[in-house]
Design a protein around this ligand. Structure first.
Ligand code: ADP
Ligand code: MG
Length: 408
């Protein structure tokens, strides 16, 4: 688990050991935010990720450096697309910083026009570069793209924990070309997540939900070796229930993963890890708000019904297990929380986790949205900004964006 033993330079070390006055710093941030239509065009819908980058940006400004921020946004296909320009993010960042943020709509972050714009940056300014994924070479971890990016700056700081599990030009290749450091957010994420992987206080209880077993297979298998109990909710539970021989009606399942689920159940039993499936489910005949609902045992759902949330008996059992926990990691909503009343189980568990006297970590975009609905984010010890990256970290997979920092 090399990510866990990381020996990279922190931002504090960088500012203490190097005089950054008049120096140029390229900062990889995670500004992959939702954009919504506003009065004057697109604007940032949820600015959590922009705010999360502020400590690093302010530290670097206070140190007297000139900053170039780069991020991906959405999934443009390696070419410019107006719907994914960074302009709205630059506007929001300027408001939050109380300082001008330079931005120019260009074809890509290393286009000739972008290079001239970078060259013209005055000392102490903040520039937001164009979407890294407007250039097809970003996701190929291309050395030439990285070389041009490195030519923009004297130092490289990676604060994009949410992108650290990808080896891309802006997260991996460029880190080898400049003296590098982990940003404040990156360091905070790694410190918090290490408390889960590095001798967690026991009992260590994991709550996993969401739509697909396939997304979380790796983490489940690895957590079998680390956790004392694994609670499974969401649609994932129905694939496991099928593997146990239950009837799950029209619930969302992944038939090709039933054998894998059976192997995981056997493995858990052998290891003495408690693997809990929801005893009952809140079901409906279609997914819509205000439909007729009924509670059925999860292994006995009638043919034309589907399980959309964990039921009351499941919440009670899960709560009992969670109440004894000293460490909790939660990823994935336990039901279709976007459509009431199928948010009931998720809300109940979120409320309980927030009240626990345990070290609690929540990760995953939808899980954070569900947590935000309860208004209890502040009572969670660590809310991870990176869903996929936090899962891979907990799974013990090396994060290329972190490893690259260790080398430099
Ligand atoms: P996260 O973003 O926190 O990692 P996921 O993306 O893995 O979470 O899963 C979230 C999605 O899972 C939500 O859109 C939710 O509606 C869906 N989901 C949860 N339970 C069910 C269910 N029983 N049936 C269908 N979808 C479900
Ligand atoms: Mg999600």
């Amino acid at each position: 688990m090399s990510s866990a033993g990381a020996a990279f330079r922190t931002l504090d070390q960088l500012t203490a050991e190097h005089d950054l006055r008049g120096k140029r710093v390229l900062v990889r941030v995670d500004f992959n935010v939702p954009l919504v239509s506003g009065e004057s065009g697109l604007q940032v819908g949820d600015d959590t990720r922009v705010r999360a980058a502020l400590p690093t940006v302010r530290t670097l400004l206070d140190a007297g450096s000139t900053i170039f921020l780069i991020s991906h946004l959405g999934r443009p296909k390696g070419a410019p697309e107006d719907a994914f320009r960074m302009g709205p993010v630059a506007a929001r960042l300027a408001e939050l910083l109380g300082q001008e943020v330079r931005y120019l709509a260009v074809d890509g972050p290393v286009s000739a026009e972008q290079q001239s714009f970078v060259a013209a940056a005055p000392p102490g300014s903040v520039t937001l570069l164009e979407n890294s994924r407007f250039d097809a070479r970003e996701t190929k971890n291309d050395p030439e793209m990285a070389r041009i990016l490195a030519s923009y700056a004297d130092y490289y700081v990676n604060d994009a924990f949410g992108a650290a599990h990808r080896a891309h030009a802006t997260t991996e290749a460029v880190a080898h070309l400049l003296p590098s450091a982990a940003g404040a957010l990156m360091s905070a994420e790694l410190t918090a997540l290490r408390r889960l992987t590095d001798r967690p206080e026991r009992p260590f209880v994991v709550v996993l939900g969401g739509a697909k077993v396939s997304d979380k297979l790796g983490v489940i298998e690895s957590l079998l070796e680390q956790a004392d109990a694994i609670i499974i909710g969401g649609a994932m539970a129905y694939t496991f229930e099928l593997a146990r021989g239950g009837r799950v009606g029209r619930s969302l399942v992944e038939p090709d993963l039933v054998d894998t689920a059976r192997r995981i159940l056997d493995n858990a039993a052998e290891r003495g890890v408690e693997l809990l499936l929801p005893a009952d489910s809140l079901c409906a005949q279609e997914l819509a708000a205000g439909v007729e609902t009924r509670v059925f045992p999860t292994g006995n759902i009638p043919a034309d019904w589907l399980g959309l949330d964990v039921g009351p008996a499941a919440v009670e059992e899960f709560s009992r297990v969670l109440e004894g926990a000293r460490t909790v990691f939660w990823n994935g909503p336990l039901g279709v929380f976007e459509t009431p009343p199928f948010d009931t189980g998720t809300t109940a568990i979120a409320t309980l986790v927030a009240s626990l006297d345990a070290y609690t970590v929540v990760g995953g975009g939808d899980s954070i949205a569900a947590l935000a609905q309860t208004g209890m984010q502040d009572r969670i010890d660590h809310v991870s900004t990176g869903g996929g990256a936090s899962l891979e970290f907990v799974e013990g997979v090396e994060l290329p964006g972190v490893t690259a920092l260790e080398a430099n």
